[in-house]
Write a protein that binds this ligand. Sequence first.
Ligand SMILES: [Zn+2]
Length: 155
Amino acid sequence: MHEWALAESVVETVKRHLEGRDSPKLRSVTLLFGELQSIDQEIFEEGIKNLLMGEAFGSEVFHVERERAVFRCNRCESQWGLEDRPDLQEDEREAIHFVPEAAHVYMRCPSCSSPDFRVEKGRGVLVKSIVFDENLVNEKDLVNEKLVGEKDTSE
Ligand SMILES: [Zn+2]
């Protein structure tokens, strides 16, 4: 269940940022879930709640934002998102959400028609920001690699 592994990584990351500070008060943690990352948010939140039992902060400080998918052409460097492609059928759209590689079956670069493009955004999960007291720490790409790697082998 990769939602629980993800919840664990998120909690570990937050704890690492609280270490070595004088009685830090955690205000909010903003997470960025990629549009192409299939995560059951309910299971994820359940995982967070479980992991925070006995901790100094609760799950109400966590906020989830969605990151839109961005595709970029390897030939002409044009970029586009799924919202720019009204030509896609509903089932094609769903296939791309489920398996981002399927994008190559259903899409070509809208500028030069090349099938050679990459998924630039929307695949990972990031801890976007952690806010405590007056300090703002931005941390990126921490959970990202791990989650995608795990997803590839376990599903
Ligand atoms: Zn192109």
